[in-house]
Write a protein of this length. Structure first.
Length: 216
C-alpha cells in the first residue's frame, strides 16, 4: 500500500499501450505522470472517498500525509501513471521499487487508486497492464501489491493477473512475475513518454490560463 512504507502523477493524450476493450469504451486516456503534476496527483488523492482512501493506504491517513505521499511519489524513484477524463486525473497506479534483497529478484510494490464513480469499469485492470510494462522495462522481476483482505476488487485484480496471494499479518500480499524487457516493450514506453510530456505540458499550460480562456 506504499504509504505504509512511511505512514506510511486536457489535451490529447496517448496511451502507453493499446487499451483493453473495456477501457477502449471509456472516455479517458492513460499516460505516465510527470513530476510537475504533484498538485494534480494530490487533488486526485484528496477526492478519494473515505473508504477508498482507507483501502488504498490500509488505514486512516490525514490530508497532510497524502500531501507528503504526493511529494514522495514525484520526487523519489517511484513511477506513476494516470487515467484522465476531460483533463481530470481520475485514477493513479504507482510503482515503488523495493530495496534490493540478497538472492531475491528485483521487486517493486504497485498501488492503485480509482475515484469511486470510476471504479468497477476496468480502469484498475488497464492500469495494472501498463504498470507491468513499466516494471518490465525497469528489470523488475516481481511486482507486489499489498491490500486489505476484504478488498474484493483488488483481490480479483491480483488474481486476474496471476498473482500468488499470501496473508502476511493482517494484509494480503499478491506477488506476480513481470516479463523480461524487450526492444518492443521499451519502444512502447518511449513513445508513450513523448506523448506524456507533450500532453502534460499542454494540460499544465491550460491550468495556468484564467478559467474563461481554458476552452473546456
Ligand atoms: C481496487 C481498485 C484499484 C480496482 O480498480 P477498479 O477500476 O475498480 O477495478 P476493475 O473495474 O478494473 O475490476 C478489477 C476486478 O475487480 C472486480 N470488481 C470490480 N468491482 C468489484 C466489486 N465491487 N466487488 C468485487 N469485485 C469487483 C472486477 O470484476 C475485476 O475482476 P476481473 O479482473 O476478474 O474481471 C479500485 O476499486 C480502487 O481504487 N479502490 C480503492 C483503493 C484500493 O483499494 N486500492 C488497492 C490497494 S493499493
Amino acid at each position: 500500500m506504499t504509504l505504509s512504507a512511511a505512514p506510511s502523477s486536457a489535451a490529447p493524450q496517448a496511451p502507453l499501450a493499446p487499451p483493453s476493450p473495456a477501457v477502449a469504451r471509456l472516455p479517458g486516456h492513460i499516460r505516465k505522470l510527470v513530476p510537475a503534476e504533484r498538485e494534480v496527483i494530490l487533488a486526485h488523492l484528496l477526492r478519494l472517498d473515505p473508504l477508498s482512501r482507507f483501502m488504498r493506504f490500509g488505514g486512516v491517513v490525514s490530508d497532510g500525509a497524502l500531501a507528503r505521499h504526493a511529494t514522495r511519489l514525484v520526487s523519489g524513484d517511484a513511477s506513476a501513471i494516470g487515467y484522465f477524463v476531460d483533463g481530470e486525473l481520475r485514477a493513479v497506479a504507482e510503482l515503488h521499487p523495493l530495496g534490493t534483497r540478497p538472492g531475491k529478484p528485483a521487486a517493486a510494490e504497485a498501488a492503485f487508486s480509482v475515484e469511486r464513480p470510476w471504479q468497477g469499469k476496468g480502469i484498475g485492470s488497464a492500469l495494472m497492464k501498463h504498470l507491468v510494462l513499466l516494471a518490465q522495462n525497469r528489470n523488475i522481476a516481481e511486482l507486489q501489491v499489498v491490500f486489505l483482505p476484504n478488498n474484493g476488487p483488488m483481490r480479483n485484480l491480483a488474481v486476474h493477473h496471476a498473482a500468488d496471494l499470501q496473508l502476511d499479518d493482517e494484509e494480503m500480499v499478491g506477488r506476480m512475475r513481470a516479463p523480461r524487457a524487450t526492444f518492443f516493450s521499451q519502444a512502447r514506453e518511449f513513445i508513450g513518454d513523448i506523448f506524456a510530456v507533450l500532453s502534460s505540458a499542454s494540460a499544465l499550460q491550460g491550468r495556468m490560463l484564467p478559467p474563461h480562456l481554458r476552452g473546456n
